[in-house]
Structures are given as structure tokens and as C-alpha cells.
Design a protein around this ligand. Structure first.
Ligand SMILES: [Zn+2]
Length: 212
């Protein structure tokens, strides 16, 4: 009888420990899921090979300090790399000479502050985003408005049209959404493969660099 009671106590202890561990895992998973920041904490791209696209960022007309741009440019890469295995090898410059390959983008205030346009894509080397776009919130918002709008314009550059069914969509107009669906990922990876750097071994892009 005594032995049986001991076994019962032991079984109950094992059960409660495994229940506690399950709770701990659930808490951790929920914390990951509820993070609003684009893909915080991801260490591996969801698609390989990672497709790296050269990008020149023209800041000569921007009114924002250069140091603000570095975190914005890193967020653009997080949005694309963590969802589609695409990133940009970014060189920020203070001149207007364009790249031969990849893409070029200019950041600046609009000529007239009354302009409602946040950005446009007119071709791989003719992309513009205003310094501080005007965007509505989203359930899972991007951190920086300029990062979201630039990532949206690159979506057009990689073959995507607008998709207005949720404020969380990257291709929704004028929100802070940054999410792509599986169909969009298929489209952009096909397009990106045709313009990406031939070396497909690196698993992510380097940090943005600034050259005068
Ligand atoms: Zn658009």
C-alpha cells in the first residue's frame, strides 16, 4: 500500500512538472506571436537561397539626420528578409548617380507639404518616398513609417499590386502593415531571382553602409 502511494505521488509530480513546462513553452510562443515589431528575433530566413538585391539610397535631399536612416534601412531589410528571404545590399549616398543593376530610391520631403502622396515606384531606378509618410495604424504595425512605405514601393518593384483586404498587408495603401501572404512571396521571389546578386551563399545582407 505504501509503495503504491509513493508511485502515485511520483506520477503526480511528473505530471505537474510536464504541465508547468508546457505552460512555459506556450508563454514563450505567445510572446513571439504577439510581437508587433517586424519579425523580431528571427535568426533564419524562411526561404532559401536568400536573394540579395543591390540598393542605392539617395539621401542628398532628405531633411532627416543620416543616423535616423540607418535603423529605418535595417527595418526595410527585416520586413523583406524574414518573410520572403529577400534583402537589400544597401549603400546610402549623398549624390544622384544611379546603379547599373538593382534599385535606386530617393528619400525627401515632398515639394509641397500638402501633397498626399507618400511614395511612388516608376521603375527600378526611379523610386521615391517622403521623409515622413502619413500612414494609418495597423494591428501589427511597422516601427518606422519611412521603412514601411519604402518596403511597400519595393513590393511594386518586385511585381506586387495593392492588396486592400487587411490593414496588416504590406501592399495595403497608407497603413503601417508589413505582412505578405504566400502568393505574394511566390511572386516576389520569382522576380527577385532575376535581379539578385549571383552569389546565393550568404544567408543575409550586410548592414547598410554610408558613402559620401
Ligand atoms: Zn502602392
Amino acid at each position: 500500500m505504501k509503495n503504491r502511494r509513493c508511485t502515485l505521488v511520483l506520477v503526480m509530480m511528473v505530471l505537474s512538472i510536464s504541465l508547468l513546462m508546457d505552460h512555459a513553452h506556450a508563454r514563450e510562443n505567445n510572446a513571439k506571436k504577439s510581437s508587433g515589431a517586424p519579425n523580431a528575433g528571427k535568426t533564419r530566413a524562411p526561404y532559401v537561397p536568400v536573394l540579395r538585391i543591390p540598393l542605392r539610397v539617395h539621401l542628398s535631399m532628405s531633411k532627416r539626420p543620416v543616423k535616423e536612416w540607418m535603423v529605418i534601412l535595417e527595418e526595410i531589410n527585416r520586413i523583406w528578409w524574414s518573410q520572403a528571404g529577400i534583402c537589400f545590399e544597401i549603400e546610402a549616398v549623398m549624390h544622384d548617380t544611379i546603379l547599373k543593376d538593382g534599385m535606386d530610391i530617393w528619400f525627401s520631403p515632398p515639394a509641397d507639404e500638402g501633397v498626399v502622396l507618400n511614395g511612388y515606384f516608376e521603375g527600378a531606378h526611379d523610386i521615391w518616398v517622403r521623409d515622413t509618410p502619413k500612414l494609418r495604424s495597423a494591428p501589427n504595425p511597422a516601427r518606422h513609417r519611412a521603412a514601411r512605405t519604402a518596403a511597400h514601393e519595393f513590393g511594386h518593384g518586385l511585381g506586387l499590386n495593392h492588396r486592400q483586404d487587411s490593414d496588416d498587408n504590406l501592399m495595403r495603401s497608407q497603413t503601417l502593415g508589413w505582412r505578405l501572404n504566400a502568393k505574394e512571396v511566390g511572386t516576389v521571389r520569382k522576380h527577385a531571382a532575376s535581379i539578385a546578386l549571383p552569389d546565393r551563399k550568404p544567408s543575409r545582407c550586410k548592414a547598410p553602409i554610408l558613402t559620401p
